[in-house]
Design a protein around this ligand. Structure first.
Ligand code: HEM
Length: 486
């Protein structure tokens, strides 16, 4: 028998948790049974909207240790002072499936990191891939619709996916990564992470640099074979969640070494590829990786819904010394995350414990009220500015360095439309085995779509990247079709 006493949410003793109040032994139930009503009513409201993308994921807490002072490139406090330790949170996820979707279905994987810095929260919301499928935010809803479920059948559809990809040539680089063995990570701790976009760092002198983030796993990259990934979907649909949770409980802490590529400001503007186009990488020969620190996850959240489901990671969580770049896709993201979080979690989502800045960080705004105000709501403090009441004033540590921009407004196509050189180069460095895994994976999916026009378009794109790439896919699709005819 437990010493803990059951109560209602208002603290009244909850007398009977098995039998409703009824008129007589055989019912009916009485409306006066407010304890029954509270229990059912709360249950009826348990579900909140799942994330519109990256719905299935897992999170953990840890810390980041700076092993190399970065003050030459950025004044960001957590990156200044070798040895500095910053508390962190991370959430890893798949993209297209819903909250209960099997972890080992082929997908890109989210790699979202939060740093609880002295200047407020800084989030790097990246993926386990250095590039993305599209480079204009206007296409994101269309892209995601093609990956989710068909309107009539409610089924996921290879036809929709390839219809979008074959007619969006900018997707080829990411498609080439997705259909390689990297589409099936063994577990979250065994995948690399990338910030993907180019961001800007600014140092205390006001000098600006373009930066790309890389996180290399200290456990070695490990992927599942397509057969093992499929078998795991039946055996343990929550395999990634299990694997990471258990590893942390057992003290085998997932960790990554953080690196950056630093690109001088002017050089970046004139680089051979558009560094603000997230479908492209920047060569590590041109800008080698510089080691920055260690990112370690060493404890599991105490409550999944509170700490992981309600986590609101956002590319718009920036701190002094780190700024956005003109990357069009990133600019769309700067709006979208906080917008969806206001819808998904409510206007006061930043007050949820996992989203609050760390203890001691000053939070002082003129924002007030809204559903679920659970902090002191500013008490009796002044609610407008300017004022003579001692309200908070601007903090110019938050000033941005800014960029020169010019040109005529317009709906411009991408500035650099070479979408095949980099996937071609990636294909050529793959081993024979990797080329086979990639082209078989594509053929198994593309080979079953209804539109021959889309098959031809995609194969032509692959041939443009590398003739052998397109030819292998073409031959494998022909073999699949021949076998099906028999
Ligand atoms: C215009 C392009 C994009 C838009 C509009 C967009 C939008 C969104 C939205 C609305 C969410 C749900 C957020 C939430 O409910 O908390 C989300 C989650 C996420 N997105 Fe994007 N996204 C875009 C591109 C990208 C790119 C390029 C990356 C990676 C480089 C990325 C990585 C992620 C990750 C990791 C999450 C899950 C965050 C978490 O774990 O809570 N997204 N995205």
């Amino acid at each position: 028998m437990s010493d803990r006493k059951l109560t209602t949410r208002s603290g009244q003793p909850f007398a009977n948790n098995e039998h409703s109040l009824t008129a007589g032994e055989r019912g009916p139930v009485l409306l006066q049974d407010y304890q029954l009503i509270e229990k059912l009513a709360h249950f009826d409201r348990e579900r909140i909207p799942e994330r519109v993308v990256h719905a299935k994921g897992s999170g953990a807490m840890g810390h980041f240790t700076l092993t190399k002072d970065m003050s030459a490139y950025t004044k960001a406090d957590f990156l200044n002072g070798e040895g500095k330790v910053t508390d962190t949170f991370a959430r890893f996820s798949s993209v297209a499936g819903e909250k209960g979707y099997p972890d080992t279905a082929r997908d890109v994987h989210g790699f979202a990191l939060r740093f609880y810095t002295n200047d407020g929260n800084y989030d790097i919301v990246g993926n386990n891939t250095p590039v993305f499928f599209i480079n204009d935010p206007l296409k994101f809803p269309d892209f995601i619709h093609s990956q989710k479920r068909e309107p009539q059948t409610g089924l996921r559809s290879d036809d929709m996916q390839w219809d979008f990809w074959a007619n969006s040539p900018e997707s080829l680089h990411q498609v080439t990564i997705l259909f390689s063995d990297r589409g099936f990570p063994y577990g979250y701790p065994y995948m690399e992470g990338y910030g993907s976009h180019t961001y800007k760092w600014v140092n205390a002198k006001g000098e600006q640099f373009w930066v790309k983030y890389h996180f290399k796993t200290n456990h070695g990259v490990k992927n599942l074979s397509p057969e093992d990934a499929t078998a795991m979907m039946a055996k343990d649909p929550d395999w990634h969640r299990h694997q990471m949770f258990d590893a942390i409980e057992e003290g085998d802490f997932p960790s990554w070494t953080m690196y950056v590529q630093i690109i001088p400001y002017e050089e970046g503007l004139n680089y051979k590829y558009d560094i603000f186009d997230v479908t492209k990488v920047v060569s590590q020969k041109d800008y080698p990786l510089i080691e920055v620190g260690q990112f370690v996850l060493d404890h599991n959240p105490g409550n999944f819904f509170r700490d992981v489901e309600q986590a609101a990671m956002s590319p718009a969580n920036l701190v002094p010394g780190i700024e956005a770049s003109p990357d069009k896709l990133l600019q769309g993201r700067l709006f979208s995350y906080n917008d969806t979080q206001r819808y998904r979690l409510g206007a006061n989502y930043q007050d949820i414990p996992v989203n609050r800045p760390k203890k001691g960080v000053n939070v002082d705004t003129y924002e007030r009220d809204g559903y679920m105000t659970t902090n002191d709501n500013g008490g009796d403090s002044v609610v407008y500015e300017p004022n003579t009441q001692g309200g908070p004033v601007e903090d110019h540590r938050g000033d941005i360095a800014g960029d020169e921009v010019s040109g005529k407004t317009g709906a411009y196509p991408a500035y650099d439309q070479d979408y095949t050189s980099q996937p071609g180069a990636l294909y050529r460095i793959m081993s024979e085995e990797q080329k086979e895994i990639l082209t078989q994976g594509i053929a198994d999916s593309l080979g079953h779509v209804k539109s021959e026009e889309n098959q031809k378009k995609e194969i032509a794109l692959m041939k443009q990247a590398d003739p052998d790439y397109g030819k292998r896919v073409e031959d494998k699709i022909a073999a699949i079709k021949a076998a099906e005819k028999k």
